[in-house]
Every structure is written in structure tokens, then in C-alpha cells.
Design a protein around this ligand. Structure first.
Ligand SMILES: *Cc1c(COP(=O)(O)O)cnc(C)c1O
Length: 355
């Protein structure tokens, strides 16, 4: 399929100060769009000037939330080249989400090509300052004008781009996380393993309440017993206890992060003992009491590695590594971002060239 390109005649001014990009505040000059219509399949791929999308007020995505998304990044290398980090994993996951939400699958190889084309068109938007990148947001939503619950037959696949800095204002400084014992994000059999707006809609209230108490995000526990640790808001979570790294196993209600998968591969390559298994908040609290809880960190595309300096569970406040980033968290951050920014060789074959 040929992607048509219509360039803007009114390019926007780019953010002047790359040290103040924040996250998700600026969007580039172009976007990718493609339609699905029953009988026609996915068709009409196009890159057009960034701008509002007109929808029928009855569009199904607005009423029943039939929507999926992805998040990945393009990185400017020191020599000027541009690389994507594991886009194959993101589009494979998008199709997993599609399947769960009755959205017709996309051609993963074509989606990678479309992403590369769009990034090329807006390449001069990729920031170059230390710690910055171009966040890529692919998403699909149902647009049938029909207030009735059934899978949409008409959808839009869009990709937008945002130059970003650090996800958290804290940067690599440890964040404070609130262990959520009241609200739940997902349960087995639900949509927890997918990237869909609905999972985030259900998280907003817990997030807002945690923020009021001075916490950056919440740590979700399982929806049945409120014991087993699931993940942090937008990140998977790892614990280093007595020299061993433990991360919750994927069992249906947790998102399988690309960063999580990459951390596991890197830790294995270093010979760090690692377990993917069920872990309870009680086990973590007991380890903290025993002095064996060494590090806690989150992993996700947006923040890459985010050290956790404090966990609050009910009345219990667990300080981790004196509120400092741990040695392993720092080493993982350096290894991952080293590969992403092309500062160290990509021996895993994770980066995709754009040219
Ligand atoms: C996107 C996301 C993650 C992190 O996944 P990555 O592929 O590493 O970016 C973790 N948890 C949730 C709920 C997410 O939406």
C-alpha cells in the first residue's frame, strides 16, 4: 500500500527550550491516518497536516470506549541517525489489544513502515538534548455512528508524534508510590494485558487521590485478594530483594511491557538472578523490615527506568535505599538508554534504523 503525503503549508514553531519539553505537551506538524471499513479492510493510508479529526457525535469510541493504543519512541543518535526501539514488539502488542477489543488486526510490518515514514516527515522535530526523544503514539478507535453496543465496523488508525523530555518531573530521582488497597485496575479475564483507554479511565480516581497525598503514582494490587502486586500506573515493577530481582509474572491482568521484557533480557545477560513470579505486598514489606529490600524500580517506555524511593501501604511507609537510586536501577537505565541513543552497541538487535 502506498502512503500518500500531504505536507503542511503552515509549520508550527518548535519548542524553543528542549530542557522544558515535559511529556505529551507538544505535537509535530503531521499525523498518519488510515481507515477501516467493513468490506474494504484497512485502506487509504496517508500522512496529513496535524489537526482535529471530525467525528459523528454518535461515534462508538466516545460511548463505549472501543479504543487501543501504543507508545514507543524514536531516538536521535549522536551521528544524526534516527532509531526506533523495538517497534515490532509494540505492533505485535497492538494486535493483541485489537483482538481483545474486537478491532480488526493491522499489518504489523506495514505499521512499522508507516511509523518510519511519519517520523521521517517530521524528523526535524526530534529533539537532540540529553534525555529527550520523540514519543510515538499509535491508536485505533471505532467511529461508527451508532449508539448500540457491538464491535465497530468503521475505525481509524492514527499515529501522532510528540517531542518529549523526562516523563516525571523527578527525572531519574526516585518517585514516591502509593500502594492502592481500595480501587483496582484490572482482573483476570478483563483487559489488563491490553493498552486501552478503559484501563486508564478506571485508574484516574486512585491516581488523583494518591497525588493529593503527595505520591506520583499508585502500585496496583490484584483485584481479588489485594495481596499480589501487579504494576505501577504506567509501568511494570521490579523488586531487588537479597540480591535477587523479582517481577510479577504476566498472568492476564498485567501489561506485558516492552521495557520489562528488555530489562529481563539485559539482567539475564548479566547473570543477575531473576524470578518472574507472584509476589505479595506482604513479602515486600517483610523484606523491608528485614533489611533485604534493596531496590524497587518501574519500567516503561515513557520513563524508561524509574527508581522508587518510597512505598506507602496503609499506615506503613517503606523507605527504599534511603530514597536514593540503586546501583542496579542506574546500571539498567544506562544500558537501556545507551542502546536507545546509540551510545553502546545494540547486541540484542532491538533498534530499527529510519532511512
Ligand atoms: C505502556 C504500559 C506499561 C509499559 O509498557 P512499555 O511497553 O514498557 O512501555 C506498563 N503498564 C501499563 C499499564 C502500560 O500502559
Amino acid at each position: 500500500m502506498n502512503i500518500s503525503i500531504t505536507r503542511t503549508t503552515t509549520p508550527k514553531a518548535k519548542p524553543a527550550d528542549q530542557s522544558k519539553l515535559g511529556f505529551g505537551l507538544y505535537y509535530t506538524d503531521h499525523m498518519f491516518l488510515m481507515n477501516y471499513d467493513e468490506g474494504l479492510g484497512w485502506h487509504d493510508p496517508r500522512i496529513v497536516p496535524y489537526g482535529p479529526i471530525s467525528l459523528d457525535p454518535a461515534a462508538m469510541c466516545l460511548h463505549y470506549g472501543q479504543e487501543v493504543f501504543e507508545g514507543l519512541k524514536a531516538y536521535r543518535q549522536e551521528n544524526g541517525d534516527i532509531k526506533l526501539f523495538r517497534p515490532d514488539r509494540n505492533y505485535a502488542r497492538l494486535n493483541l489489544s485489537n483482538d481483545r477489543l474486537c478491532i480488526p488486526p493491522i499489518d504489523e510490518a506495514f505499521a512499522i513502515e508507516a511509523t518510519k515514514e511519519l517520523v521521517k516527515v517530521d524528523a526535524d522535530w526530534i529533539p537532540t538534548a540529553e534525555g529527550t526523544s520523540l514519543y510515538i503514539r499509535p491508536y485505533i478507535f471505532a467511529v461508527d455512528a451508532h449508539v448500540g453496543v457491538h464491535p465497530g465496523k468503521h475505525l481509524i488508525f492514527a499515529i501522532i508524534l510528540s517531542p518529549v523530555g523526562a516523563y516525571y518531573p523527578e527525572g531519574l530521582n526516585p518517585v514516591k508510590i502509593y500502594v492502592e488497597s481500595n480501587y483496582v485496575r484490572a482482573v483476570k479475564g478483563g483487559m489488563g494485558f491490553t493498552k486501552t483507554g478503559g484501563n486508564y479511565a478506571s485508574s484516574l480516581k486512585a491516581q488523583a487521590e494518591a497525588e493529593k497525598l503527595g505520591y506520583t503514582q499508585v502500585l496496583w494490587l490484584d483485584g481479588v485478594e489485594r495481596r499480589y502486586i501487579e504494576e505501577v500506573g504506567t509501568m511494570n515493577v521490579f523488586f531487588k530483594i537479597g540480591g535477587k530481582v523479582i517481577t510479577p509474572a504476566l498472568q492476564g491482568s498485567i501489561l506485558g511491557g516492552v521495557t520489562r521484557m528488555s530489562c529481563i533480557d539485559i539482567l539475564n545477560s548479566w547473570g543477575v538472578p531473576l524470578e518472574e513470579r507472584a509476589i505479595t505486598i506482604q513479602e515486600v514489606a517483610a523484606a523491608a523490615d528485614a533489611g533485604t529490600l534493596e531496590e524497587v524500580f518501574g519500567s516503561g517506555t515513557a520513563a524508561v527506568i524509574s527508581p522508587v524511593g518510597e512505598l506507602r501501604w496503609g499506615d506503613k511507609v517503606i523507605r527504599i535505599n534511603n530514597g536514593q537510586i540503586g546501583a542496579l536501577s542506574q546500571k539498567l537505565y544506562d544500558a537501556l538508554t545507551g542502546i536507545q541513543w546509540g551510545k553502546i552497541p545494540d547486541t540484542f538487535g532491538w533498534t530499527f534504523d529510519i532511512n
